[in-house]
Design a protein around this ligand. Sequence first.
Ligand SMILES: [Zn+2]
Length: 238
Amino acid sequence: MRIAISWCAALMIGAIANAQALEITALSERLYLHQSEKEVEGFGKVSANGLVLVDGDEAFVVDTPWTDADAEALLAWATAKGLTVKAVLATHWHEDRAGSFGVFEKAGIATLSSDATQTLLKAHQKTPATETFSGDHTRYFGNKVEVFYPGAGHAMDNLVVYLPGEQLLFGGCLVREASSRSMGFYGDGSLPHWPESMSRVIAKFPEVNTVVPGHGAWGGRELLEHTRMLAEAALKAQ
Ligand SMILES: [Zn+2]
């Protein structure tokens, strides 16, 4: 009887976790993909990708989960694994990247962005970062995280993040998944600059093996060329 009750409790916890919709998948021993969902007007339920890189008992998060509830779930997951989250970086100012900065800040975690992202966060009355960097390139987390601004595309401030130890590039919303045949929403970005920005990413990180887009399935290096060609085609079709 007691066993039946605890199973029931476990199922209820599962149901609550599903309502939050945060999913965490191990990509390697020290790297996790976090995926959160939100209902977006005109698009339905949209899932967004972010990363958690682990070094010993410390973790670095790339992009916040979409909602505060999912950010809290991510921090609870880290605590349960004995990890201290050192920082979270937003790859641009939109809600699926920086939307739960406040939860991280309240937990005493550094929230990071570029100066350009910070300006946009403030202009749109969003929670700003606690620390910013200037220029188009920086490193964090003992040089295990390399951040690069290749130029505009999905957003004017979109960054990509290279993890040299994993030969993995997090493309954020600048990179489209393999099944995508469109550029998605770029009302805050610049389609004319997008192909050139992709060329800069391709030239900057020739050793990339794995590419994680901001939404959808991860893949290989070919996602970079795929996105460049999609952007060129979208420009021609205009
Ligand atoms: Zn965006």
